[in-house]
Design a binder for this molecule. Structure first.
Ligand code: IPE
Ligand code: IPE
Ligand code: MG
Length: 247
């Protein structure tokens, strides 16, 4: 049977997050500059966003640029920012057509002016779309996010708005960049690396992890369907026993 048809639409992950890795190696394998891999990676983004919208996945979060990625050569960082601007402007009609709301998490203030401006503009223009939320993690680092959260909550304690004993998981959730998103159900990382690289540490507490050797520019809808089928074959126990779940 066709892969897509094997997916159980009643057991879809409500939030998929992807660490899109392997653009550089993809380009290098072809004797090209790394930027070529990033350009090709943008095509995969388009395909996977479309696939998620077709499947009715309500939340997709893509790791596009980490706080640590600022350490890359300036020329690569600049190329990535330029590519972001290009993709935002190119994809706006597709977002509108598919009812996709664009959102962003991360230290957006750190982005170059033009990238920030276009990002905010596309976010505003797609604000009322309800079919799917596409969140781009840009200048995102989970430790930075948690640090910021602790600073904000501490300030509220200092100003007697809340007491330390009021602090609970829900308050912490409400201070994270991801406050409007449910926990991640399925985390995918491409390119064979099996690490988290400072992505959504709090939010993946009970996510199912799916690692694939495929490099991001080679990632297609078929790969995504495979990841979802893999997810649907897992038993998510959340600490309980299998017997309890099946009772
Ligand atoms: C992922 O691909 C894209 C970003 C981190 C921006 P890489 O650029 O990390 O590709 P590899 O890991 O070097 O192959
Ligand atoms: C993680 O990929 C960040 C993004 C995909 C944007 P990296 O390629 O930067 O991760 P590490 O540093 O190799 O772990
Ligand atoms: Mg990488």
């Amino acid at each position: 049977m066709e892969l897509q048809k094997q997916i159980d639409s009643s057991k879809l992950p409500q939030h998929i997050a992807i660490i899109m890795d392997g653009n550089g190696r993809w380009a290098k394998n072809r004797g090209k500059f790394r930027v070529f891999g990033h350009e090709q990676g943008a095509e995969s983004v388009r395909e996977i966003v479309e696939a998620c919208a077709e499947l009715n996945i309500p939340n997709l979060t893509l790791y596009a640029f980490s706080t640590e990625n600022w350490r890359r050569p300036k020329i690569e960082v600049q190329a990535l920012m330029k590519l972001l601007v290009k993709a935002l402007n190119k994809e706006l009609p597709t977002l509108q057509k598919n009812g996709i709301r664009l959102s962003a998490i991360g230290n957006i203030e750190a982005l170059p002016e033009k990238a920030r401006k276009d990002l905010l503009s596309v976010m505003e223009q797609t604000e009322t779309n309800t079919h799917m939320t596409l969140t781009l993690a840009l200048s995102y680092g989970s430790r930075e996010e948690i640090t910021k959260t602790i600073q904000e909550i501490s300030l509220k304690v200092k100003n007697n708005l809340i007491s330390p004993s009021d602090i609970n998981e829900s308050i912490i959730n409400n201070h994270l960049y991801t406050r409007d998103l449910p926990d991640v159900d399925l985390l995918i990382r491409t390119s064979g690396e099996q690490r988290i690289s400072n992505f959504l540490l709090w939010q993946i507490a009970y996510a199912e992890l799916h690692f694939t050797e495929t490099l991001w520019p080679d990632y297609t809808k078929g790969h995504l369907y495979n990841a979802i089928l893999d997810y649907q074959n897992r038993e998510r126990r959340f600490g309980k026993t299998s017997e309890q779940l099946n009772a």
